[in-house]
Design a protein around this ligand. Structure first.
Ligand SMILES: Cc1cc2nc3c(=O)[nH]c(=O)nc-3n(C[C@H](O)[C@H](O)[C@H](O)COP(=O)(O)O)c2cc1C
Length: 326
């Protein structure tokens, strides 16, 4: 595959991004992805000790990734976190080159990032959010459909419609996220106007990811009906089905209020599911892409397989005879 706009802007070989993953995207995984020619992303809380300091952890993770690779990597900043300002401070001090912002106003720090010479990607879930990001000077938007793992946009728009709508609405490059786990999905995303793809769940089930083995196995064993969106009062989240999730969904169906729902969820559910492997009581984020994942392999193999499948899919489309409907 020739280097496209996204590859040139980010200085990478393949237009594939390992998305931010709150508890999981630490330097080991991100370095393996970047070293393989794609873009690895660090999440400031990943790999942190319990009740640790995310700013200190981020500094440590940046140092770790720099010891492992000299290739580009990104840092994910969730703009609605109270500590986001301190995390931005670390990015500037450490002279990070690429940031992926999400869950907030793209106008908050984009100018500051640009003054520091950084490339800014911003995750959006609707056309109006994409337009806003572009007007704030964001370099690339990540259009994330409701197929994606974890927190998704309130609009819950599927990628098949969101992607061409966003590609028509903005001039900056668009990266597709949500439900993509192989080269076929990547080819489909490119057909719909994407210049790159961002994956989460596929990289959870990679050898380097620090996710608990029970979580990785649950992804590997899952099928087409393995995930569920729960709304949790205001923010929709897609996770693997479990006793916890079914109970939560039942509470929501019965009209339970925000306070009761938040009380039921409590604290530490994602840690329980994703790091401790309690697949019944924990919250294990997964995209609908989980059903496509059948093996746990090194991150570099994920990327290489994906690029081969992409080439095959494009080749297949090129030589498909065009038949007119009778
Ligand atoms: C365990 C997990 C945690 C995630 N946490 C974040 C996060 O902190 N910030 C973010 O922008 N996206 C987060 N995501 C979303 C991913 O970056 C990515 O956009 C999404 O997983 C794409 O959908 P897919 O899982 O079907 O590939 C998370 C995804 C997973 C699987």
């Amino acid at each position: 595959m020739e280097k496209n706009r996204v590859c040139r802007l980010l200085g990478i070989e393949y237009p594939v991004i390992q998305g931010g993953m709150f508890r999981l995207a630490e330097a080991g995984l991100a370095a393996a992805v970047s070293e393989a020619g794609a873009l690895g992303t660090l999440s400031p809380h990943a790999g942190m000790t319990r009740n640790g300091d995310p700013a200190r952890n981020l500094r440590f993770q940046i140092q770790r990734i720099r010891r492992r690779t000299d290739k580009p990597f990104a840092v994910n900043i969730l703009l609605d976190l109270p500590e986001s300002g301190r995390l931005v401070d670390v990015l500037l001090r450490e002279e990070a080159a690429i940031v992926i912002t999400a869950a907030g106003d793209p106008g908050t720090y984009t100018e500051l990032f640009h003054c520091a010479g950084m490339q800014v990607l911003h995750v959006i879930g609707s056309v109006s959010q994409a337009r806003l990001a572009e007007s704030c000077g964001v370099d690339i938007v990540v259009a994330e459909g409701c197929e994606a793992a974890g927190r998704i946009a309130r609009e819950e728009i599927p990628l098949l419609s969101l992607l061409p709508l966003v590609a028509d609405a903005v001039k900056i490059p668009v990266i597709a996220a949500g439900g993509i786990a192989d080269g076929r999905g990547m080819a489909a995303a490119f057909a719909l106007g994407a210049s790159g793809v961002q994956l989460g769940t596929r990289f959870v089930a990679s050898e380097e990811c620090m996710a608990h083995s029970a979580y990785k196995k649950a992804i590997m064993d899952s099928g087409d009906n393995a995930t569920l969106i729960t709304r949790r009062g205001s923010i929709p989240v897609r996770s693997l089905k479990s006793r916890f999730l079914e109970d939560l969904a039942e509470m929501e169906r019965s009209g339970a209020g925000k306070e009761r729902i938040e009380g039921f969820i409590g604290r530490g559910r994602t840690r329980k599911g994703q790091l401790l492997g309690d697949m019944e009581n924990g919250d294990a984020y997964a995209g609908s892409s989980a059903g496509l994942i059948r093996e746990i392999i090194p991150a570099a193999a994920v990327i290489q397989k994906m690029m081969n499948e992409y080439t095959q899919a494009v080749h297949r489309m090129r030589f498909q005879p065009v038949r007119h409907p009778i």
